[in-house]
Design a protein around this ligand. Structure first.
Ligand SMILES: NC(=O)c1ccc[n+]([C@@H]2O[C@H](COP(=O)([O-])OP(=O)(O)OC[C@H]3O[C@@H](n4cnc5c(N)ncnc54)[C@H](O)[C@@H]3O)[C@@H](O)[C@H]2O)c1
Length: 250
């Protein structure tokens, strides 16, 4: 049986890399992003290499769109085995965070809606199907910003990534008995458009705080996601795995 994996925000960056990795390992990958155009190229790449993928555009911050997407996937594929809650935003102004005392309510709400509510909506609508299957793997994209104060990250971002870890613990505790495991990945500084939106000199300063003195690559995150999604990882539940070259421990 081919496993079906939904990867949100898979049009670029870390999500794209996870989608390609899963497809290369035989998953039927459901490519979600905010528009179909955003994932068209990834879809082409997967098809060219003999993999299977399906485009499922939806705004994860809209519960109605998420519910329709999940129902459509299950009606077409008959199941959903893996959810990677990867979609996320980290708004900046001129490459810098907006300090909390000047942050607009709208910006706060946008980040909470995408990063935290979006992950809940996706989990909420896949869970009935995973429960019926008595099998599921949920992987939530947290961040080092969920573990400690990071100067470069906005308060909304830090708050949502901390919340993601709470969601992970709740899902792990409540759903483990149904064969559904949930874990967080906590990347540090990973080369992507999100990371490159910050001025180079700030990324250089951060590099000096990372014990291995290297930025991470999307591939580093994708490898861990592939393992956590596997049947072999069934006894790992509720873990928050830093992938940050040791930055969390500094
Ligand atoms: N890059 C890093 O250094 C880093 C570090 C820690 C955590 N993360 C987390 O990893 C995840 C991926 O980050 P990235 O660096 O690849 O970011 P990115 O900005 O390069 O990619 C994010 C993707 O999510 C999509 N997306 C945004 N809002 C969406 C929505 N409402 N619905 C559906 N899709 C949406 C975007 O279109 C984009 O394709 C995020 O959750 C991010 O917070 C990244």
């Amino acid at each position: 049986m081919d496993r079906v994996a939904l990867v949100t925000g898979s049009g670029r960056g870390i999500g794209r890399c996870i989608a390609l990795k899963f497809a290369a390992h035989g998953y039927i990958v459901i490519l979600n992003d905010i528009t179909a155009d955003s994932v068209a190229q990834v879809h082409e790449e997967i098809l060219k290499t003999g993999g299977s993928s399906i485009i499922a555009a939806a705004n994860v911050a809209d519960p109605g769109e998420v519910e329709n997407m999940v129902e459509h996937i299950v009606s077409q594929q008959g199941r959903i085995d893996v959810l990677v809650n990867n979609a996320g935003i980290s708004p900046k102004q001129d490459g810098m965070k907006v300090p909390i005392d000047r942050m607009s309510v709208t910006e706060w709400q946008q980040v909470v809606n995408v990063n935290l509510n979006g992950a809940f909506y996706c989990a909420r609508f896949v869970l009935p199907h995973m429960k019926k299957q008595r099998y599921g793997r949920i992987i939530n994209m947290s961040s080092i910003a969920g573990q400690k104060y990071i100067d470069v990250s906005g308060a909304h971002y830090i708050t949502t990534k901390t919340g993601i870890n709470g969601l992970t613990r709740s899902l792990a505790g409540e759903m483990g008995q149904f064969g559904i495991t949930t874990n967080s990945l906590a990347p540090g500084r990973i080369i992507s458009d999100m990371m490159l939106a910050v001025p180079e000199e700030i990324n250089w300063q951060i590099l000096n705080s990372i014990p291995v003195r290297e930025y991470g690559k999307p591939e580093d995150i994708a490898e861990a996601a592939l393992f956590l999604a596997s049947e072999d990882a069934g006894h790992i539940n509720g873990a928050i795995l830093p992938i940050d070259g040791g930055w969390t421990v500094t």
